[in-house]
Design a protein around this ligand. Structure first.
Ligand code: MF3
Ligand code: CO
Ligand code: CO
Length: 257
């Protein structure tokens, strides 16, 4: 299967879906406080997406995923399942990953939240991971190769003695949640797909404080953690390649670009 090129009309629809996904993250921010459960965060987002946005939470029942958002706390890398038993506490870091479907198109984005007062080393990991996403976004334009982007993220992380998760990656997105291409967050310059206008994909680096190795929960089949149980951070945006650069379809108001 080849990488799909979206028409300007399709990109308009991706813009709508992307904006809605970003708005869910903007809405949920004030709720992320010590004492709230990830199950409650899921209910608030689900109700907002379904009732206010009249959109569909893409994770719900996706390959059997049981909830509407992913909540990944501390050493959880990604695909954490919201639960009423998981109550946030002072010093936690959490990734909230939102994907909505509106008029058949997906918008996929995540950000890290600091819960109460967070240790400096944790905040630094969170910040560095955001910087890695932003430097990758800055590179996106026609003619650049995916290996150039993956390499830049990897260099940025590893220079700071962090590691990059390899088992999970960014992805093409549109009418289909996960489509070609795979967007690796590591790699070699001058390799991989050459970007063209009309491509839409996510970049979503997962960066670990310790080793890059992961473990998939045998219990729930979803939760991915660091093998060494040290912290992990992730940020994600959905992008469209334009003639002269790119557009961040899931941009939040707090972001410039
Ligand atoms: N939103 C995730 C991503 O960035 C995928 C979540 S799939 C789910 O690709 F099933 F876990 F929800
Ligand atoms: Co994604
Ligand atoms: Co996502």
């Amino acid at each position: 299967m080849a990488v799909s090129i979206k028409t300007p009309e399709e990109i308009d629809l991706m813009r709508v879906a992307g904006r809605l996904a970003a708005e869910v993250l903007e809405m949920i921010g004030p709720h992320v406080q010590p004492g709230i459960s990830t199950g409650e965060l899921d209910r608030i987002c689900h109700d907002y997406i379904v009732n206010q946005q009249q959109a569909v939470p893409a994770p719900l029942n996706y390959n059997g995923f049981p909830k509407s958002i992913c909540t990944s706390v501390n050493h959880v890398i990604c695909h954490g399942i919201p639960s009423d038993d998981k109550v946030l506490k002072d010093g936690d870091i959490i990734n909230i990953d939102i994907t909505v479907i509106k008029e058949g198109f997906h918008g996929d984005t995540s950000k890290m939240f600091l819960v109460g007062e967070v240790q400096p080393h944790a905040e630094k990991l969170v910040q560095t991971t955001q910087e890695a996403l932003y430097l990758a976004i800055d590179m996106v334009k026609p003619g650049i190769q995916l290996g150039d982007i993956g390499n830049a993220i990897q260099q940025y992380a590893e220079k700071r003695h962090y590691s990059v998760v390899r088992e999970y990656c960014g992805h093409g997105i549109g009418r289909i949640f996960h489509e070609e291409p795979q967007v690796l967050h590591y790699g070699r310059p001058g390799t991989g797909l050459t970007l063209e206008p009309g491509m839409t994909f996510t970049i979503e680096p997962m960066i670990n404080a310790g080793s890059r190795y992961t473990r998939l929960s045998k219990k729930d089949g979803w939760t991915v953690t660091t093998k060494d149980r040290r912290l992990s951070a992730q940020w994600e945006h959905t992008l469209a390649v334009l003639d002269d650069g790119c557009e961040v379809l899931t941009r939040r108001q707090e972001e410039k670009f």
